[in-house]
Design a protein. Structure first.
Ligand SMILES: Cc1cc2nc3c(=O)[nH]c(=O)nc-3n(C[C@H](O)[C@H](O)[C@H](O)COP(=O)(O)O)c2cc1C
Length: 148
């Protein structure tokens, strides 16, 4: 079965997940926003938190939405203000995920994101959702991915 991990990462947690999944044989596609988040932590939280709160979609650099070659798609997103990160909102808008086995990996400071999870479940009824608490600092969190 061919599988792809499509993800965004600003500070490396998503990259830690990508590296783990690559070793398990996943293709990996990282999305890059045209405009990166602010560098300072304060502005980053303010900007990213506000934009995620209104469900904004970040324009992406050279994103290839074609996943037709894959049976299974795993989407990775940091949690911003309890929601999916804006670059992933764009991925979900541009990618045809019908007919795919779908899993969401949500990485966050708290390891929980009920708001994002209920939005995913209203949009993709059969998708699985896994939460990881800062996998870059807590590599043991990656063992949750053994089920994939
Ligand atoms: C703008 C912004 C908002 C965030 N909001 C939340 C939040 O609501 N809940 C939470 O648990 N973590 C929150 N975080 C922490 C990130 O979700 C967490 O550090 C995640 O692992 C980052 O993934 P990355 O390193 O791949 O970018 C926020 C981080 C940023 C930058």
């Amino acid at each position: 079965m061919s599988r792809i991990f499509v993800y965004y990462s600003d500070t490396g947690n998503g990259d830690a997940v990508a590296s783990y999944l690559k070793d398990k044989g996943f293709a990996v596609r990282k999305v890059i926003p045209k405009k990166p988040l602010a560098k300072s932590f304060f502005w980053k939280i303010l900007q990213g938190g506000f934009l995620a709160g209104i469900g904004a979609k970040s324009p992406l650099n050279g994103f290839d939405p074609d996943v037709s070659a894959f049976d299974e798609v795993v989407i990775g997103s940091p949690i911003w203000n309890g929601r999916l990160a804006c670059p992933i909102n764009t991925v979900l808008e541009q990618t045809d995920l019908s007919e795919k086995k779908l899993t969401f990996l949500l990485y966050s400071g708290s390891g929980a994101a009920p708001q994002a999870e209920s939005k995913i479940q209203s949009q993709f009824q059969s998708a699985a959702v896994l939460h990881l608490k800062q996998p870059l600092d807590n590599p043991a969190e990656l063992t949750k991915l053994a089920a994939l």
